[in-house]
Design a protein around this ligand. Structure first.
Ligand SMILES: [Mg+2]
Length: 272
């Protein structure tokens, strides 16, 4: 993996070679700081400002485990491309689609949720989120010393799920989440969004994808010819580049926005 700070000119060359890019971003831990509870996460004003500048010239897509409704509320910009619920739903311009999730899976989630809820008195820091297609519960606020027993209790409940080939259990960033396994992940949705935008704009452009965690690896793999950046380096990651910290994402957006403003300025000069 290469440090973006050192290889910024290499990245710039790729953007210039393609004459543009499609910017695809994860939300939590990427453009938003990780907060104690999922509700507290927010898009810093400066990032919103820079993303608006960038989106005047190039498409911006947000891809997250959150629902689209939640993402739009947090971001407050309607005309980005959105994919939520780990790629299970997506909005591109007027196109609004979602994957069919078999009722059997949703029923299993409901049953598991009831059992997980019973752990609440023992682990009051746990947060169980209400989401339509997935079942996330967060343990960031559970006392660290209690986490191993908490996990043991959870795995007793999830025993049946571990053998279920239609459900994926993601344990990442102090969150355990049950997600329908439909042969469809962040990699598939990223491919779909990228292809759609290429066809629509009738020109080739380089994909830039930034993410910070396990599910983003699916996107990094699919976009191996693009500019893939992981927040914080990790051994075995499929991303080509890395940021040392999340704050470097903010600085990269400043750089990208000023690159876009430069393009805008030179094109108005040409038209004068
Ligand atoms: Mg993330």
């Amino acid at each position: 993996m290469k440090n973006v700070k050192i290889y910024l000119s290499e990245i710039k060359k790729q953007i210039e070679f393609f004459n543009g890019f499609v910017l695809m971003l994860d939300f939590d831990g990427t453009i938003s700081p990780i907060c104690s509870t999922p509700d507290e996460a927010y898009l810093p004003e400066r990032n919103k400002f820079n993303l608006e500048i960038i989106s005047r010239l190039f498409p911006v897509a947000i891809i997250s485990g959150r629902t689209i409704k939640d993402l739009k509320q947090k971001i407050g910009i309607n005309d980005f491309v959105y994919s939520g619920s780990h790629g299970l739903e997506w909005n591109i311009a007027t196109l609004k689609k979602r994957k069919h999730v078999p009722r059997r899976i949703l029923k299993t989630f409901k049953e598991i949720k009831i059992k997980i809820k019973k752990l609440l008195p023992r682990y009051p820091g746990m947060i169980i989120e209400d989401k339509p297609f997935t079942l996330p519960f967060h343990y960031r606020l559970i006392e660290p010393g209690q986490v191993p027993i908490f996990k043991r209790d959870v795995s007793k409940i999830l025993k049946s799920v571990y053998n279920d080939k239609t459900i994926r259990v993601i344990d990442n960033k102090k969150t355990i989440e049950l997600v329908p396994k439909l042969n469809w992940d962040k990699g598939d949705i990223v491919k779909l969004i990228y292809k759609y935008l290429q066809d629509k704009n009738k020109k080739r452009s380089v994909p830039i994808y930034i993410g910070d965690s396990l599910t983003d690896e699916d996107a990094f793999r699919v976009l191996k010819n693009g500019i893939t950046i992981r927040v914080r380096p990790k051994k075995g990651s499929s991303a080509k580049y890395y940021f040392k910290s999340r704050a470097e994402v903010d600085r990269f957006l400043v750089w990208l926005a000023s690159y876009c403003e430069g393009l805008e300025a030179s094109s108005t000069k040409r038209h004068k």
